[in-house]
Design a protein around this ligand. Structure first.
Ligand SMILES: O=C(O)C1=C[C@@H](OP(=O)(O)O)[C@@H](O)[C@H](O)C1
Ligand SMILES: C=C(OP(=O)(O)O)C(=O)O
Length: 444
């Protein structure tokens, strides 16, 4: 299901310092994977802390359509009775993944080696995003795939009746490509191997191991070589989803740019494959401390304490991009308040997210008085002492663009408007009350 079709204009403006505790929602990547692996296991998987954003709810609905028993027990608490590897049944209607690239790409992988047919669709944003990166490897497993012009959704997949395991080098750094292949490899006999030149988020590998699959990662000169042994019996597991570092980034940056602020953000995942923004913020001179470092649900987590202070621009090295790929929109916001310029290189993938994020951020920042330069795969933001604001940003069906500009407006001279805040529900349904609870002036 796509998010609400009514545009929801929103505004944010300068006000008091931000203070308090921000309980951000569960990790989106881990939530999708918990539902999918739960559906592919034998027994009942109990999930706590699941993100109940529209992207993940669409994945839950899809798992039920493939035959799993999916039930909401309470806030963030879900039960999945799985059907086992190879046990998916043919869905009776189209699988609509709404706005979610992770949802559609991982689910296409999960069904591509089972002899059933499924049709996948999405909203206007998802229907523009490239899918050849997934359909190419899945065809090599033996799936028959028909896509719209340019390898876009809607896509029909007839799963392979006699799948062959795959040995595949990913052409771009993408955890979605890697994960789709690993999920397809579950029902192929023998070893499926994925090679990635740059490491990407490793939640699939961690969770597959936790559910009992034989999977190993070797670090070699050509990158990470991940090998999965097919046809395991996955055993249902309890999954405690840690809080999402990509969602935490919004209140964290808000506290860093609003003078006098101090906030605490407990229980945030500090998985090194997701940590690039925090490494970058520390290089910029941000006052962030990481307290009570511990492990929860197989992931390293910590409580973040964040205080406003002076910041300086930095150059983000391209090899860090994958570990903060969803955080460049909000980094470009904080860069506007830093001394000097912030340069982001090797970020071409931003052009194929929910929107062209380089274009969307550059336009919106310029509309609010900030100087931005862009190339095909880079963006440079010039910091200033006082950021004017007063402009309208188009959110382009992109939750992260909407939240980034609403954070910008908390520290600009004049208010910032976004044309449509409704996509925020895809990943952070309580964004508005959470920010208001910290003292932010933000409204619909
Ligand atoms: O695997 C995942 O859960 C994700 C991978 C990333 O996409 P790519 O694999 O396309 O880089 C990221 O942008 C997305 O929000 C979540
Ligand atoms: C890119 C994102 O998500 P997805 O690819 O799952 O749509 C995101 O959440 O920033």
């Amino acid at each position: 299901m796509s998010h609400s079709s009514e545009p929801r204009p929103m505004t944010s403006r300068r006000g008091d310092p931000l203070n308090g505790v921000a309980h951000v929602p569960g990790d989106k990547s881990i939530s999708h994977r918990a539902l999918i692996l739960g559906a592919l296991s034998v027994g009942e998987t109990r999930i706590t802390g699941l993100l109940e954003g529209q992207d993940v709810l669409d994945t839950a609905k899809a798992m039920a359509a493939f035959g799993a028993q999916v039930e909401r027990l309470g806030p963030g608490e879900w039960s999945v009775h799985g059907v086992g590897v190879g046990g998916f049944s043919e869905p009776g209607s189209v699988i609509d993944c709404g706005n979610s690239g992770t949802g559609v790409r991982l689910i296409m992988g999960a069904m591509a080696t089972t002899p059933i047919t499924a049709v996948f669709s999405g909203d206007a944003s998802l229907s523009r995003r490239p899918m050849a990166r997934i359909t190419t490897p899945l065809s090599q497993f033996g799936a028959q795939i028909t896509a719209r012009e340019g390898d876009r959704l809607p896509i029909t997949i007839q799963g392979a009746a006699d799948p062959v395991p795959l040995h595949y080098r990913t052409p771009v750094a993408s955890a979605q490509i890697k994960s789709a292949i690993l999920l397809a490899g579950l029902n192929a006999p023998g070893e499926t191997v994925v090679i990635e030149a740059e490491p990407t988020r490793d939640h699939s590998e961690r969770m597959l191991a936790g559910f009992g699959a034989e999977i190993r990662t070797e670090v070699t000169d050509e990158g990470n070589v991940i090998t999965l042994v097919g046809r395991p019996e996955l055993r249902a597991q309890p999954v405690a989803v840690p809080r999402d570092p990509s969602s935490a980034a919004f209140p964290v940056v808000a506290a860093l740019i609003v003078p006098g602020s101090t906030i605490r953000v407990p229980g945030v995942s500090r998985n090194p494959t997701r940590d690039g923004l925090y490494v970058t913020l520390l290089e910029m001179g941000a006052d962030i401390s990481f307290e009570n470092a511990r492990e929860e649900g197989g992931e390293p987590v910590a409580d973040l304490v964040v205080r406003h202070g002076p910041l300086k621009g930095v150059a983000v090295p391209p090899e860090r991009a994958a570990s903060m790929i969803d955080e460049f929109p909000i980094l470009s916001v904080i860069a506007a308040f830093a001394e000097g310029k912030t340069v982001m290189n090797g970020v071409a993938e931003l052009r194929v997210k929910e929107s062209d994020r380089i274009d969307a951020m550059a336009r919106g920042l310029r509309a609010n008085g900030v100087t931005v330069e862009e190339t095909r795969d880079s963006m440079t933001v010039h910091g200033m002492e006082k950021v004017p604001g007063g402009g309208m940003a188009a959110t382009c069906l992109d939750h992260r663009i909407a939240m980034s500009f609403l954070v910008l407006g908390l520290a600009t001279e004049d208010p910032v408007m976004v044309d449509d805040g409704s996509p925020i529900t895809t990943s952070f349904p309580d964004f508005l009350p959470l920010m208001q609870g910290l003292g932010a002036t933000m409204d619909v």
